[in-house]
Ligand binder design. Sequence first.
Ligand code: ADP
Ligand code: MG
Length: 436
Amino acid sequence: MATDEMLQGLMRNPERLKALANEAKEFALQHGVVMRTVETPDSSEVVTYAPFTLFPTPVPKAVFHQALAVQTHFNTLVDKISQDPGFLEEALASTIQADDFTAKLLGIYRQVQHEGRTQSIMMGVNRSDYMLDQREDRTSSLKQIEINTIAAGGFGVADHLPVVHRHILRLAGLLEESQCVPDNNSTAGIVRALAKAWELYGQQNIYTGFIHYLRQGGYVFAAVCLFYRYGDMPNHYKEKTWEARLLMERSLAVKCPDIGTHLAGTKKVQQELARPGVLERFFPDQPQVVEQIRATFAGQYTLDMGPEGDQTVAMSLAKPDEFVLKPQREGGGNNFFGEDIVRILEEVKGDKRRAAYILMDRIRPKVEHNVLLRRGLPLQLSSVCYEIGVLGAYVRHGGEMVLNEVAGQILRTKSIEHGDGGICSGVSVFDSPLIY
Ligand code: ADP
Ligand code: MG
């Protein structure tokens, strides 16, 4: 790869590397690749560049298109699961015995299900994350790491980064490569969905209801759409927050996501979907869709109490380096690898606490090289691997999907010394694909 040769050359010329990195940061600031700082998270006076790679990372065209092509099916799948209380109850039955957070979310789901839904418009924004698993013949296959159905973020930065990466490639003399970094318009896709939800909401003729409330002299919390940027982690909630979540769930607002869609993104649901025959339940007459989705699934195993879970325990203790142990958590930094799997499982394997986790085959991505630009990090060549996130946006009105789109991609790259990832947890940085 030309970018690899360029990086090797830059390592022999630290002055040039520094100049290029400075230019990249400057250009990033000018083009909206910005983030608040850790020290002043609430300040709009001080920002820094969002961490990113000096060069875009080469991604094979076929897998890139495969990831984009399957996204609308994942949108449909998530949406179908969200409306299937029988499936969610069964899938999460053991998890809620061991995981209080999931239990509380399911409690809200049950309550609104029981009371009847107030809003028939539903908006979804999700991000399906993948890594490329290296096979022995050195080809690689696209494997889903997880799907995020709440608070999927980062798209603003991902939209702005291609301009920066093309600029850096041109400065480095890699003109041809600069034409292989695609534009990204995630924000526009998500806004289209928001506009659609708003338009449908306007047709519902419910404003009179608000006026009625106002006349009574009280106040009304009127929101057309509730877009969650938080709410995916237990530490986002206090008692009052749980009350607010229920209030919002019961409200007339379009929720992005509603509680069922939030639950559809749990790691336990992902593991259950990987069982033979389960996808067919959601796509009974569409074997090609089933095949397309299933092709992206890595091996996943239950840790529920019972013989199947016992087998998972034995298998992971025998070869801990081949698996990842995942609790029902989001945001990076929660998974266990290698000897940590042994440590955790030795502690919980005998009782229902183990059902708070699922086990997954560990993906072995190809090692790439890049310079990670992050405040405080030295300028150095790192061995890295990347994760492709594909954003999907959709709107359902009653039983009908009225908008179902792929809304672009986000690449996140990390040094291979880390098992787990995450931009906010300080491990991964933003990246763009260089399609070849
Ligand atoms: P979270 O909700 O915390 O983001 P993920 O399932 O995305 O949980 O896992 C976090 C990170 O852990 C991923 O970004 C990836 O770097 C690593 N990871 C997760 N699953 C696997 C896997 N099966 N193989 C290799 N790495 C994984
Ligand atoms: Mg993740």
